[in-house]
Write a protein that binds this ligand. Structure first.
Ligand code: SAH
Ligand code: SF4
Length: 404
């Protein structure tokens, strides 16, 4: 395993106050130039460099006079995720990027290459983060275990995409899909996520079609409703994991605030209002949420919906006593869903050996928890899931930072 130079920096500086150029709306950028008495084409020159797929600094925009380049540099950052380390796996088909932000926050993005197959064109999909850490605290998730750090700025979200697009461009390839399935809960940082999607979508900026963007949520109901009111912006994915409240309370702790029926109700309204199919995700955990009864409960919950379920065998993470469901069990689960007319796809996780379950690399960097702490967490999970499997609801509180 290669050594990793990026480590959490305990003496990290305060956050760089200069906004990232990619987080500015076009009129904000234009306004800055107008205020300085600069002609409008100067803003366009900067925009072209920001959204082109090769430049890495303001200094490379040689069409600008040097004093103007300096002034732009003093006011803005060309790139907010400059400090990046890459790890490859799956024979180079998966590239995990660990990015250090200006205040030392570590976030991850994962670029997955899918070669052309039959009628399917080749795809290059980037999975990006929306927050440093996450407040929701799903116990099977490495990010959840890290806890909440902070919301990412719009540019910090967009620059993960620009970074990958530059790498692809250098190899003569293009980014085809972006999924918000990295660290964080996008619907708890919704203003910035929407601004980032706007920049990615805009043909004059990044220019990636709405159909090529997916945002995944653990079930923030007011956020889903807000998206429904806005109309189709991207594909919505809902992390379901379990159809019954007692188990979902444990697996997705914000279920204690917005129970599964409310989440699916909001997703159903979203599908009806936007005409776009909602995708559900279920991480399959051996002996926990993969039983026949769970499959039947999920089939009943989604029966008749315009929905699709992705079943993803759990990526092992250090602090849990759990592991992936065996293939035959996942196949059986999919068959029960299919019997109820609910389509399901089994997805194998990419990049297990580089810790591509989101947040794993950052968690590794945060340092291993003491063995006694890991043992306590495992014992708590065994106990909580045993209660849940008996059908008892959790009396644990809603996680801090979740819900109004
Ligand atoms: N917070 C959002 C988006 C980020 S998580 C959400 O939860 O939907 C993206 C996906 O990764 C979720 O579906 C989550 O359940 C899944 N995931 C997290 N940890 C995993 C693990 N150890 N194995 C497999 N999938 C995992
Ligand atoms: Fe947060 Fe999603 Fe991980 Fe749950 S699965 S802790 S919501 S990032």
């Amino acid at each position: 395993m290669p050594t990793l130079p990026l480590a959490p920096d305990p003496s990290a500086p305060a956050r760089d106050p200069r906004p990232g150029l990619s987080g500015l709306a076009p009129d904000e950028l234009a306004g800055w130039f107008t205020e300085r008495g600069e002609p409008a084409y100067r803003a366009r020159q900067v925009g072209d460099a920001v959204w082109g797929r090769s430049a890495t600094s303001v200094d490379e925009i040689r069409t600008l006079p040097a004093p103007l380049r300096e002034a732009i540099d003093g006011a803005f950052r060309f790139d907010t995720v400059g400090d990046t380390e890459l790890r490859l796996s799956d024979g180079g088909l998966t590239e995990k990027g660990l990015h250090r932000l200006s205040d030392g926050t570590l976030i991850e993005s994962v670029l997955m290459h899918y070669p052309a197959r039959g009628a399917m064109r080749e795809r290059h999909t980037l999975c990006i983060s929306s927050q440093g850490g996450c407040a929701v605290g799903c116990p099977f998730c490495a990010t959840g275990e890290l806890g909440f750090g902070r919301d990412l700025e719009t540019a910090e979200i967009v620059d993960q995409v620009r970074h990958a697009a530059r790498r692809l461009n250098a190899a003569g390839q293009r980014l085809t899909n972006v999924v918000f399935m990295g660290m964080g809960e996008p619907l708890l940082n919704l203003d910035r996520v929407l601004a980032a999607v706007d920049a990615l979508n805009d043909p004059r900026r990044f220019g990636l079609g709405a159909r090529h963007i997916t945002v995944s949520t653990s079930g923030v109901v007011p956020g889903i409703r807000r998206l429904t009111a806005l109309g189709p912006q991207f594909t919505l994915a809902v992390s379901l994991h379990a159809a019954r409240d007692p188990l979902r309370d444990v697996l997705v702790p914000l279920n204690r605030r917005w129970p599964v029926a409310e989440v699916v109700g909001a997703a159903r309204e979203h599908a009806a209002a936007t005409g776009r199919r909602v995708t559900y995700e279920a991480t399959m955990i051996d002996g926990i949420n993969d039983t026949e009864a769970d499959a039947r409960a999920m089939a009943e919950l989604l029966r008749g919906d315009h929905a699709h379920v992705n079943l993803i065998p759990m990526n092992p993470v250090a602090h849990t006593p759990w592991s992936a469901s065996p293939d035959a069990v996942v196949e059986r689960f999919a068959a029960v869903l299919a019997d109820a007319g609910v389509t399901a796809t089994i997805r194998r996780n990419r990049g297990q050996e580089i810790g591509a379950a989101c947040g794993q690399l950052a968690a590794e960097r945060a340092g291993e928890p003491a063995p006694a702490v890991v043992a306590r967490r495992r014992a708590r999970l065994v106990d909580e899931s045993a209660h849940a499997l008996r059908g008892e609801r959790s009396d644990e509180p809603v996680p801090t930072g979740v819900g109004e």
